[in-house]
Structure formats: C-alpha cells, structure tokens
Design a binder for this molecule. Structure first.
Ligand code: ADP
Ligand code: MG
Length: 627
C-alpha cells in the first residue's frame, strides 16, 4: 500500500511558516519589506503585546487589485521574479512568494488594499489559512495588513514565544534595521498605543541614525570615505563606523546592509574585526552602519527563508573591501584627534572654532589664574635611564652614538621609533613650557603623564602610548626588512611541547622577521640565537614561552584570522615595554610627538585609549564654575 500523500496547502503553508515566521519580529520584517518593495514612502507599524496579539502594517505603496489581493495569498505567488534567471539578480527584498500565505496560515489575517486611482479596494479575511471573506474595502490607497493572535492554531509554536517584552524588543530591533536601511521612508512605530518612534523622511543616513539612536552616538561616528573602496571591482562600501574607543560588548549595534538588506555574515564580521584590528578591545564589537553594494549576481541571498544569511561568490574580496573601508574611516579621524589634543600652552581665550560646547564656552573664559609652574614632582631617573626603558635618553649624547637600529650597543635609546623626531632627545631637560607642544606638568602614579594643552589637561597613558608607537614601527619594519635583533651572548635552548613546537616550526620565518631567531634540533628542542633589540628580558626562554602562548591563544580564538605581521608585532610589543619605566620630560615630549605621528594614535595595539583630554569645560563643571 502506498504511503506517500501530498500535503494539503494549509499544512504545507504551516510547515513553511515554521521557517519564515518564527516570531512576531519576523512577521513585522516580512510585512514591512513588502511595503518597501511596493515603493511606499510612509509605513506605520502598530504592535500589541509584543506583536503576539496584533501586528498591523499600513503603507501608502502601490496597492493591489482584486486579483492580486487574492493571488498574493497563494504559495509561491510573487510579482517580484518570473524565472530562475531572475533569482541570480534580485533587486527586491522579497522574491520567494512565501511570506503572506505562511503568515495567514498561522494567524487571523486581514488584508485591505487599494491601488492608487482605483475606485474601490479589496478586503480579504483569512483565519488559519482558510479564506473567509472577500469584499470591497480599502479606504486609502496602499495596503494594510493585520495579523492577530499569532500561532493561535499552533499551540506548540505559541509556547515557544518568549515574554511580551522580549518579543517587543525583537520587533523594535527589526524596525530599527528596516528604518536604517531606508532613510528616505517615513516610519512610525506604535507599541501598545504608545509612540515608540516616529521618523520623518531623512535626507541622509546620518540624520536617520541621529533620529533613531540619538545625537550622542551620531557624534561618535566616522563616515567611510567615498574613495575607500574605489579600487574594489564591483564592490562599494559606505556608511558610518564608531571611532576608536566606541564599541559594545554585543553585536547589537553592528549593523550591516547588503544591497539594502540587513544581513549577518561571518565574512563581513571578520572584515570589520580585521579593519579595526588593534583599535578594538578584546571581547568588544564595533558599532557600524555599513552599507555594502555589489552586483546582486555575485551574492546568493536565497540561503535561508528569512534571508538573513547570504553567501558570497568571493568572500575574500568582500572582506578586503570591508577592511579598506574601516581603515580609511579610522585614519580619517586623525586630524580631528590631533586637533583635540592640539598643542599650545595657556588657557583660553581660544581662537573661535566653535566645534564643541566646551570650546564655544572657552571663548568667553572664566578668570582662570595664570598657569602655575608645574608643582607635581617630576621623577628623576638615574642619569643613564633605567635598563629597558625605550625612551631613556642619555644626559649627554654619547660620543659616536648612532641611532641606527642595527647598532645594538648604542646606549640609551636601543631602538628609536621615529628617526624624524630625534631632536627632543638631545635637548637638555629644560624646565618650562616645551615650545610648540604640550606643556609637561608631571607624572602621576608612574604611569599617567600629565600635560597641558590649549583645551585643558591631557592625560597620557605612557605604557599604551609606547606600545602604539613601537607596534607601528615594528609593523613597518617587519614589512620592509625585518626587526633588528640582538645576538645573545649565550644562545639558549628551549624545550617545547609538541603543539608549541609545531607552531614554532610553522611560523619560524615570521618569528625571524620579528627579530626572534630560532633553530630547531628536532624533538621539540630549539636554540634561541637572538631576540628583538628592544627586548631586555631577564629570562628569554620564559619570554619566548609567553610569546608563543599569547600568539597561539590569539590565533586559536580568531581561528580564521590570518596570522600576520601585525599579530606578531602586537604580541611582541606587549612584552617590550613596562608601565613604570620612569621617563623624563624630553623623553615624554618625544613620546607624545611620536604618538601623534602614528597612523592610529588614539589607542594602543589592544584598543585601549592612549590619551584622554579633560577640557576646561569639564573641569569647570566639576568645580561648579558652570552648570
Ligand atoms: P514576496 O514578497 O516574496 O513576493 P509575499 O508573500 O511577501 O512574497 O508577497 C506576495 C506578493 O504580494 C508580492 O510579490 C507583492 O506583489 C504583493 N504584496 C505583498 N505585500 C504588498 C504590499 N504591502 N503592497 C503591495 N503589494 C504587496
Ligand atoms: Mg515578501
């Protein structure tokens, strides 16, 4: 006896609904996407009890005639594609012709629609997939769809819904994405008769972001320069990303659109992570509003019924484009950053710049006293500077001293990061303001360097600044000729476990470029011949163990990240400088100058800030001199 049966339309729709309509937010997404595809300029969404009891989407789009209003409830009925070839180049958000029949099969459904210019519209009522009424209706041109009692006929599914508050937050997130993806469309969201948001058509994406997320976040964003992805064939990346230091512990605000569709995609996430690279703290996620546009034929959106996932034909090109976009945006922030920390003594009056409230305020200065001489104790290190201090400057230039990196014997500066800035090193540690630069005030807790600039107080994390400078220098050198290394007087042998040994074998060349020369003797035994010149390790073997541990951990965590120069540089740097190395004024001045000359001066290679500005405005507020 044959056992195979064709499922009824009703059951088949319910099965399909399992994938498309997993929760109220999915219904909202499908309905609003239809409204967008119907070229609406205004979309209103009303939800009750997190969308479980009611979702109503009203648009002013093209509407449907009677035939279409009936047909749209059939499975695989769509106006958006006609042939298999169309699948290869989808320009609309929908195309599967599945959403409406699926939703109608698991709810009490009402469609009311009218074409512009039509005398009458159509109203269709469906309950649990059964069409109950078709009549004249549709007051305003456009379409209104009501979905009540979601999953009322599928108690098992209904049980899987979370609390109303959770479902409501999913709906809200979904609407945010849709509104961000289409700034020109006006959106209204009513939640249990309260206005959750009301968005006028925005002239720009930034305006929409500001309307949705507030001016504070908008002010922390950097625009991706037009030119960033100019060299990427067929891929354009635009939008906004958070400046260094702006990140979140979840991906909630990592928003990416691909051809107008919000997507989550590992290739894009990797590109973002790699683009930020050292500018992102461990465990943090960037804030992005990224728009990728590319040939629809080069991406498959038909991977998942809800179309959240996409598959790229060549992921590496996408990743590269995202990296370029992020880097270009971050680097574009240098000018602003340097301006914020702009050198210059003396408090206000400042030149009229009117950039921030603080600055505007500073134009009408409070009667601040003349800056006093530094009263904080400036630590006086031994004349030759402590061992291992990167910036230790000799009192007198040593005779025959050279700053060439390949002369390991040169005292003092074992490795001067930026030869262009040698002068301050030679300068005697004269008291008083350093001309044309920050005025040095002192050192706090052996770590924070206090400086005065035109806007107020600048705090520099000496350690973070060191690391950034060293990292960029090391990266450059590794790319060019490799890091200068110093031969050890007594080569050390190192015994490694099989996994570490294997890792070292495979990365020997990279390590050598980083200044660590090793020779393998088999069975996990290695001989260390030399170490990077700036590392003054008391126990080189232990140091190497630490470095290998770090690198292995990093590569395991970011399993798909390339093990590149930058990663090695970052790790080696960590072992190169210590926070409490005592530096003196000229060295500190040079430190700040070198930092400002870096590509990404804002943060250390681990994403922590290098400098903090405490403006006069903030100080005045703290001291109650202003509201
Ligand atoms: P898809 O969007 O994949 O085509 P749907 O089931 O979501 O499938 O919608 C079926 C069809 O109904 C659409 O192709 C469209 O022609 C029509 N439609 C749905 N919603 C609207 C709307 N808000 N305005 C105008 N037409 C709509
Ligand atoms: Mg659709």
């Amino acid at each position: 006896m044959s056992r195979i049966r064709l499922l009824s339309e009703e059951v088949a729709s319910q099965v399909a609904a399992g994938e498309v309509v997993e929760r109220p937010a999915a219904v909202v997404k499908e309905l609003v996407e239809n409204s967008i595809d119907a070229r609406s300029t205004r979309i209103e969404v009303l939800t009750r009890r997190g969308g479980i009891s009611l979702i109503r989407v009203t648009d002013n789009g093209v509407g449907m005639d009677r035939d279409d209003a009936l047909l749209c409830l059939e499975r695989h009925a769509t106006s958006k594609i006609r042939s298999g070839e169309d699948l290869a180049a989808i320009h609309t958000l929908g195309f599967r012709g599945e959403a409406l029949p699926s939703i109608a099969s698991v709810s009490r459904f009402r469609l009311s629609t009218r074409e512009h210019g039509a005398l009458a519209g159509t109203e269709v009522l469906v309950a649990g997939g059964k069409m109950e009424t078709v009549r004249d209706g549709g007051d305003a041109p456009g379409t209104q769809i009501e979905v009540r009692s979601l999953f009322y006929n599928l108690p098992a599914r209904r049980k899987f819904l979370r609390t109303e508050a959770t479902e409501a937050s999913h709906v809200e997130h979904q609407l945010h994405l849709l509104a961000l993806g289409h700034p020109a469309i006006s959106f209204v969201h009513l939640q249990d008769d309260r206005i959750a948001f009301q968005l006028a058509p925005a002239a720009s994406l930034l305006e929409r972001i500001r309307d949705l997320s507030g001016p504070a976040l908008a002010a922390e964003l950097l625009e991706i320069p037009e030119s960033a992805t100019a060299g990427c064939e067929g891929i354009r990346v635009t939008g906004y990303i958070g400046r260094v230091g702006v990140s979140r512990s979840t991906r909630q605000q990592q928003v990416c659109f691909l051809n107008g569709r919000a997507v989550e995609n590992i290739t894009i996430s990797q590109g973002l992570r790699e683009g930020y690279h050292t500018a992102l703290m461990k465990g943090q996620h960037p804030v992005t509003f990224l728009f990728i546009e590319m040939d629809p034929a080069a991406v498959d959106v038909n991977v998942h019924p809800a179309k959240r996932e996409v598959r790229f034909r060549s992921p590496s090109e996408i990743r590269q484009a995202v990296i370029l976009a992020v880097r270009a945006a971050l680097e574009s922030d240098r000018t602003r950053w340097s301006a914020e920390f702009r050198p210059g003594p003396a408090p206000a009056p400042l030149p009229a710049r009117g950039e921030s409230p603080e600055m505007q305020h500073a134009q009408t200065p409070l009667p601040l006293p003349e800056p006093a001489r530094p009263t904080l104790a400036i630590p006086q290190p031994p004349a030759t500077g402590p061992a291992g201090s990167l910036y230790a400057a000799p009192q007198q230039p040593a005779p025959g001293r050279t700053d060439a990196p390949d002369s390991p014997q040169s005292p003092g500066t074992p490795w001067a990061p930026s030869p262009a800035h040698q002068e301050p090193l030679e300068q005697p540690p004269a008291p008083g303001p350093v001309p044309e630069t920050f005025r040095f005030l002192g050192v706090l807790g052996k770590l924070y360097v206090l400086m005065e600039n035109a806007s107020g107080l600048v705090l520099v994390d000496q350690h973070a600044a060191h690391e950034r400078i060293l990292f960029e220098e090391m990266q450059r050198r590794m790319e060019q000729q490799g890091v200068p290394s110093q031969r050890l007087l007594l080569p050390l042998t190192l015994q490694l476990g099989p996994k570490d040994a294997d890792w070292v074998e495979r990365n020997m060349e990279l390590l050598e470029r980083a200044g660590i020369a090793l020779e393998g003797f088999g069975a996990g035994t290695f001989k260390i011949d030399s170490l990077p010149i700036f590392i003054k390790a008391e126990d080189p073997a232990q140091l190497l163990h630490d470095i290998i541990d770090d690198l292995r951990e990093t590569t395991l965590q970011g399993a798909r990240l390339r093990l590149g120069h930058d990663l090695i540089a970052k790790t080696v740097c960590r072992h190169a400088v210590k926070a409490n190395d005592t530096l003196r004024e000229p060295e500190l001045t040079k430190l700040v100058e070198d930092l400002l000359a870096c590509e990404l001066p804002y943060c250390c290679p681990h994403g922590r800030p290098t400098m903090i500005q405490l403006s006069y405005g903030e100080l005045e507020r703290k001291f109650g001199r202003r509201a």
